[in-house]
Design a protein around this ligand. Structure first.
Ligand SMILES: [Zn+2]
Length: 82
């Protein structure tokens, strides 16, 4: 159990983020994923979970109250439209 208090300074300085890598940072597609802590994907979103969208074509999340969906960058090709 932690007592409340001011955050302690980090013992080291974090490394700066690496520069963008044009081989991997361009044209990432988006894998529709779900992180519902209760285990079941949202019924509204279930048909799209695991599908891959090109950037700009993905459904906006959250799609409904209590939506746990999010996108993971992927190199996989976009799924065919339904
Ligand atoms: Zn959802």
């Amino acid at each position: 159990m932690n007592m409340p208090g001011p955050p302690r300074p980090l013992p080291y300085k974090p490394d700066p983020p690496p520069p963008p890598d044009p081989r991997t940072d361009n044209d990432d597609n988006l894998l529709y994923s779900n992180n519902n802590p209760e285990g079941d994907p949202c019924p509204i979103c279930a048909p799209d979970i695991g599908r891959v969208f090109a950037p700009g074509t993905e459904p906006h999340v959250p799609r409904h109250p209590n939506c746990y969906c999010y996108y993971v960058p992927t190199k996989r090709s976009p799924s065919p439209p339904r």
